[in-house]
Design a protein around this ligand. Structure first.
Ligand code: SAH
Length: 515
C-alpha cells in the first residue's frame, strides 16, 4: 500500500530481465507490487506475476515470434487506453524494454498521447545469457566492444538494416538476438565478410533459466551444432574471442539441483521458503499445493468475541494459519492484542506458537509437552484449568472435534471462531503426470498431512499411483511412514527433520542417481 502511494499514475515500461525472476531490478519489483494493471509478454516468468497485488488486472499481450505480426499497434493502443484510466499501469517486457523490445515505440506513442510514461531498464539477455554460461561479453585482453544485433532479418536482403560484412571486421563480441532460424545465413555472411571461421562462438538457450543449455564451438560449426542440439528460441548467439574464455562455464548449470524439477506440495502461503531454497540450488519449482487456505469473513464473529473476552479467559490456537488470520482480522478492525489482555494463551504445537509470536506478538503460555495435536493440547488444558473456564478456539472449519468436545465434557465453556477453511486448489493432473514421468522430477513432503492431502487429491482426480511412481523426499520418519501407508516408498528422508535437512536429502538423492 505504501509502495502504491509513492508512484504517480501512468504507464511504466518495466524490464523483467532475461528469465530468472531474481534478475528484475528493485524498482521493477516495487512497481509490480504497486501495479493496478499489468500487461505482460510471453517471455516473462510467472513468479514475477506473483508480485502483483491480488486485485491487479493481468493482461497477457503475448507476441510469440511471427504469430501476430501486426500485434504491436494493438498493444500500443491498449497501453494508451489503460494509461487513460489514471492507474498505475505496468508494461512488463522481457529483458530490457529498449533493447529489441519495441519499448521505444510504445514510449513515443504514450508520450504523444499526453500520458505520464517512465521506463525501468532491465537486465538484457545479450549480457545475462552469456554471463550465465561463463562468458564475459567484454574482457580487457580480448575485446573492448560489444554489438547487440538482431538476427531476425534475412541477412542476404539487399536493404538489410544489418551490415554483417562490416560487423565481421569489427573484432567485437557479437550478441545476436532472435538469430536461431537464420544462424546459417548469418555465419555465412560474416565469413564472407572476412570473419575467421575459427572464431570462438557460443549459443545459450533459455539463459538464466532452469532449462538453460549452452554450447561452444568455432563460428563455422555453430549452425550445424545448434541444429543437431535442437536449439530453439529464445537463444543468444555469441561470436567473438570471449566465447573461448574458460574456467567458469558451469557456474550456473553445475549447481547441485540444476536440471531437476521439484514439486512442492505445501499450501501456497507456506511454500515460498522451501521453493526459494531449492531454486537457489538450480532446481525448477512446480507448485502443486494439496490444499488452499481460504479466509472466511469472520469480522462480525470476531467483533462479538472481542467484546465478550475477559481477563482470565483462555485463548487457543490450533494452527499457524489460525494465528495468521487472527492477526489479519485484528488489523482490519483497527484493534491490537490489548483486546486479549489478561488472557491465558495456548498453542497446539511449536509451529503454531512460532506463528502466533510472529504475527501477533503473543507468547503461548501453554504448549503440550509432546503430542502436538488436539489430544495433546486438550490434556494440557484440562491439567491446567479449573472448570468452568471460558475458552476461545481460533481455528479452521475442518478442525477436529476432539478439542471442543473434550473441553465441553470437562465442564468448560467453549466458543469456536472459524477463521478460514481448507479448500481443494486448482490442480492440473496432466501437468503432474507429465512431470512425474520425467526421472528428474521429485516431490517434497513436509508433513504427514500434506502427504495424505496430496495423495488423496491425486486419487480423487483419477491418478493411479501404481502407474506413475512418485520420487518422494520426506521430511522425517513420521511423514515417511505415512507415505508408505499411501503406497509411496520415499527416495530419501531428511535428517534432521527441518527444511534445510529436506533440501540436503534431496541433493544427496540427486547425487546418488548421478553416480
Ligand atoms: N528485450 C529483450 C529482447 C527481446 S528480443 C532483452 O533485452 O533481452 C527476444 C530475443 O532475446 C530472443 O529471440 C533471444 O535471442 C533473446 N532472449 C531473450 N531471453 C533470452 C534468454 N533467457 N536466453 C537467451 N536469449 C534470450
Amino acid at each position: 500500500m505504501n509502495e502504491r502511494r509513492k508512484f504517480v499514475p501512468g504507464v511504466y515500461l518495466v524490464g523483467a530481465g532475461p528469465g530468472d525472476p531474481g534478475l528484475i531490478t528493485l524498482r521493477g519489483a516495487q512497481l509490480l507490487g504497486a501495479a493496478e494493471v499489468c500487461i505482460y509478454d510471453h517471455l516473462v516468468h510467472p513468479a514475477l506475476l506473483d508480485l502483483l497485488p491480488p486485485e491487479c488486472d493481468r493482461v497477457f499481450a503475448g507476441k510469440s515470434a511471427g504469430r501476430f505480426k501486426t500485434g504491436q499497434d494493438d498493444i500500443t493502443d491498449m497501453l494508451i487506453e489503460y494509461g487513460r484510466t489514471n492507474r498505475i499501469v505496468v508494461r512488463l517486457k522481457g529483458g530490457d524494454p529498449f533493447v529489441f523490445g519495441r519499448g521505444g515505440e510504445e514510449m513515443i506513442a504514450l508520450t504523444a498521447a499526453g500520458l505520464h510514461c517512465e521506463v525501468v531498464p532491465g537486465v538484457t539477455s545479450g549480457a545475462a545469457a552469456p554471463a550465465y554460461a561463463g562468458i564475459p561479453v567484454t574482457h580487457r585482453n580480448l575485446t573492448s566492444m560489444v554489438v547487440f544485433v538482431t538476427g531476425h532479418e534475412d541477412p542476404a536482403k539487399q536493404d538489410s538494416a544489418v551490415d554483417w560484412r562490416l560487423l565481421a571486421r569489427l573484432r567485437a563480441t557479437l550478441c545476436v538476438y532472435m538469430g536461431v532460424s537464420r544462424c546459417g545465413d548469418i555465419v555465412r555472411e560474416l565469413i564472407d565478410g572476412g570473419l575467421d571461421p575459427a572464431t570462438p562462438a557460443a549459443c545459450v538457450e533459455r539463459g538464466t533459466q532452469p532449462g538453460q543449455r549452452q554450447l561452444r564451438c568455432a563460428a563455422a560449426d555453430l549452425p550445424a551444432r545448434m541444429e543437431s542440439a535442437g536449439i530453439d528460441s529464445p537463444a543468444m548467439i555469441v561470436i567473438g574471442a570471449v566465447a573461448a574464455v574458460e574456467g567458469f562455464e558451469n557456474w550456473f548449470t553445475g549447481k547441485p539441483l540444476f536440471g531437476q524439477r521439484v514439486i512442492i506440495t505445501r499450501a501456497a502461503g507456506q511454500a515460498s521458503e522451501l521453493a526459494g531454497m531449492v531454486e537457489e540450488l538450480g532446481a525448477q519449482v512446480l507448485r502443486m499445493p494439496a490444499i488452499e487456505i481460504q479466509p472466511i469473513p469472520a469480522r462480525e464473529a470476531m467483533e462479538q468475541a472481542l467484546n465478550a473476552i475477559r481477563p482470565g479467559d483462555v485463548l487457543v490456537w490450533t494452527s499457524p494459519n489460525g494465528a495468521r488470520r487472527t492477526a489479519e482480522l485484528l488489523e482490519a478492525m483497527g484493534r491490537d492484542i490489548r483486546a486479549f489482555a489478561g488472557c491465558l494463551t495456548a498453542a497446539v504445537g511449536p509451529s503454531t506458537a512460532r506463528a502466533l509470536k510472529e504475527h501477533t506478538g503473543l507468547i503461548a503460555d501453554l504448549l503440550p509437552g509432546e503430542d502436538f495435536r488436539g489430544e495433546g493440547v486438550l490434556k494440557a488444558l484440562i491439567g491446567r484449568l479449573q472448570s468452568p473456564a471460558n475458552l476461545w478456539l481460533f481455528q479452521a472449519r475442518e478442525a477436529s472435534r476432539t478439542l471442543p468436545e473434550g473441553l465441553k465434557a470437562a465442564g468448560h465453556h467453549v466458543h469456536e471462531l472459524v477463521l478460514y477453511q481448507n479448500v481443494e486448489p486448482e490442480f492440473d493432473l496432466d501437468a503432474f503426470e507429465q512431470a512425474a514421468d520425467d526421472p528428474h522430477t521429485w516431490a517434497l513432503f513436509t508433513s504427514s498431512s500434506t502427504a495424505r492431502n496430496f495423495m488423496d487429491l491425486l486419487v480423487r482426480r483419477g491418478h493411479d499411483p501404481e502407474d506413475a511412481p512418485i520420487r518422494a523426499v520426506s521430511i522425517g520418519p513420521v511423514t515417511s511412514e505415512t507415505l508408505r501407508e499411501l503406497g509411496v516408498e520415499p527416495a530419501a528422508e531428511a535428517h534432521p527433520s527441518t527444511l534445510q535437512g529436506l533440501v540436503e536429502a534431496l541433493v544427496r538423492a540427486v547425487q546418488r542417481r548421478k553416480e
